[in-house]
Design a protein around this ligand. Sequence first.
Ligand code: ADP
Length: 367
Amino acid sequence: MIEETFEDLYEHAPCGYVSTLPNGAFIRVNQTMLGWTGYQREELLAGMRLLDLLSVPGKIYHETHYAPLLQMQGFVNEIAFDLVCRDGKRLPVLLNTVQKRDASGTPLINRTTIFNASHRRHYEREIQLARKKAEEALRLRDHFLSLASHELKTPLTAILGNIQLFQRRITKEASLGERERRTVQVILNQAHRLNAMVKSLLDASRIETGHLSIMPERLNLYALVSRIVDEMQSALETRDIDVRCETQSIMIIGDEMRLEQVFQNLIQNALKYSAADAPVRIILTQQNEHIEVAVVDQGIGIPQTSIPQLFDRFYRATNVQDGVIGGMGIGLYVVNEIVELHGGKVWAESVEGEGSTFTVRLPLVTA
Ligand code: ADP
């Protein structure tokens, strides 16, 4: 039968054991520790201190963290050090120390276990490196998006301007047939779409750099929402969009252009994520000091697990990730930022398969 003795267990444990006096001088060291550091027992016990085995940064850390912590709480856990071995090589370790004190609280002995952390340190370095690479990739992506959207904006503005001009000119031109007119209209619509995408990319990079701002003024929110709905309704005759509101004067302080962008986005989403014959309702409800605008659809809905991330940049819910309904996952990110700049809040409620409600709450002008 193999017998396990305390002595053998102590000497050859898979961790180093050392006992030191309160001044750090070694009074007992196990064989594992001697094997790792290359020191003879007599050398360490001849007055050497734990501090003597530490690298220069380790010595500083010992004085500023390890010793004060030990003094204060009587123990320390998982303090990372590099031990300097007899041949000068470094051994990354983790130290746990417990201080034995007498009845009056005076420290007698420090008992320390030393864990070999070479693999762990290597692994931590790899994680750090991977993290740095990931951060760099994200920085590059943002830089690229910002650059690309800036560069795309100029030629796109020129295309839009020219095609609009061209369209105006050909309406008077008798020689052009219906087919040509339709082609021009398609080009114009797609250029508008592209322009909207580039604009939201630009807004997203403005948010990232803290440069998205609003120019607030007094405005009637009911009038603004009604105008947006009227414009959308006349462009999309087959869709059923309507506004419900008890009062026709809802005064707020806001940036008209930016709020238009918010409601256009929410209504466009409501239309995009529901069937062509499903209605979209915009309901304005006045509360004491707030106005709430709810955009309600009967569309595909949003899975509950996706709701907390909806307003994150580039996030698309799990039920649209197949790419059937196109999108970049930027609109709501920009909407959220604009609403917050107005001191408001936006949130989503939804039942998957039944529909979604996006509500924007904005402060009312009280005076
Ligand atoms: P995009 O629509 O371009 O993907 P958004 O930022 O506007 O980006 O929306 C983020 C995601 O939120 C969408 O991809 C979609 O999954 C979900 N979503 C937004 N509005 C609705 C809605 N009315 N119904 C269902 N899902 C929606």
